[in-house]
Design a protein around this ligand. Structure first.
Ligand code: SF4
Length: 254
């Protein structure tokens, strides 16, 4: 499919998805030709989508990036979620050779020392495994919401991911956090206990802290970095080759 066709299909799908419920959005994507993969970080939004897939659209594959640095509570939630919905969450791990090479160059926790080192770690532990998780996929479903950060304020329901040659589907794009929490309560969805301890957004343990009252939802992610648009490279065009990034010294964590 040409770049133009991919963009046109995404634009049409975006309009079709807009008026639908979550279940209808997933059912529509699941009915289309081509493999659909939902990647979950086990965050509260992703748990809502997993619950909806379990109830309405089991043709969608579910995968997670088991980075090797996740909280124990997140690992336990993977097992609990599989049992709750009777589905498999495929685990994608980083390659040992990549992790070893990273540690040799930067140190195991070298991500605190520079933005370049942090992106390199996310590249090894997240971006490369994501590529394997999405192999053969035509649709990539995510839990992105517009309200999660200013960087995500324009999140559409469907968009062409030209780098990966697929269409990215964001079925919760227009949900606010209160709607997410209401769904969890109504459907008794299992969620990470860290949410109740001040972690609205949960990633790898060494790179996530609880937020303070009034802070943005994602303020606890890579908190030592100054760039408010910080992301892990999965959802922004910052999949720019890491080697091309300038090295930059940044404050170490308090
Ligand atoms: S979030 Fe932190 S530990 Fe996890 S892959 Fe990125 S830099 Fe590495």
């Amino acid at each position: 499919m040409s770049v133009h066709d991919l963009a046109a299909e995404a634009a049409l799908l975006d309009r079709q998805l807009a008026p639908l419920s979550l279940a209808e959005r997933l059912a529509l994507v699941g009915s289309l030709d081509g493999r659909a993969v939902f990647t979950t970080s086990l965050g509260i939004e992703d748990q809502v989508i997993t619950a909806a897939i379990g109830g309405h659209c089991r043709s969608i594959a579910v995968a997670t990036l088991e980075t090797g640095r996740l909280f124990a509570a997140t690992l336990a939630l993977i097992d609990e979620t599989e049992a709750a919905y009777g589905l498999e969450i495929a685990r994608f791990h980083p390659e040992k050779a990549d992790v070893d090479a990273y540690a040799a160059q930067y140190g195991l926790n070298g991500f605190y020392d520079s933005v370049e080192a942090r992106h390199a770690c996310c590249g090894v532990r997240k971006v490369k495994p994501l590529a394997r998780a999405l192999e053969g996929a035509r649709f990539w479903i995510t839990g992105l919401r517009r309200g999660q950060s200013g960087n995500r304020a324009d999140t559409p329901f469907a968009e062409a991911d030209l780098d990966r040659g697929l269409i990215k589907i964001n079925p919760l794009a227009d949900w606010d956090i209160e709607t997410v929490k209401a769904y969890v309560a109504e459907h008794d969805v299992p969620v990470n206990p860290l949410h109740a301890r001040g972690y609205p957004s949960i990633g790898c343990e060494p790179c996530t802290r609880a937020i303070k009252p009034g802070e943005p939802e994602r303020a606890g992610r890579w908190w030592w970095e100054n760039d408010m648009k910080r992301e892990c490279g999965l959802h922004v065009a910052e999949a720019t080759p890491i080697a091309a990034r300038p090295a930059e010294k940044i404050p170490t964590p308090a």
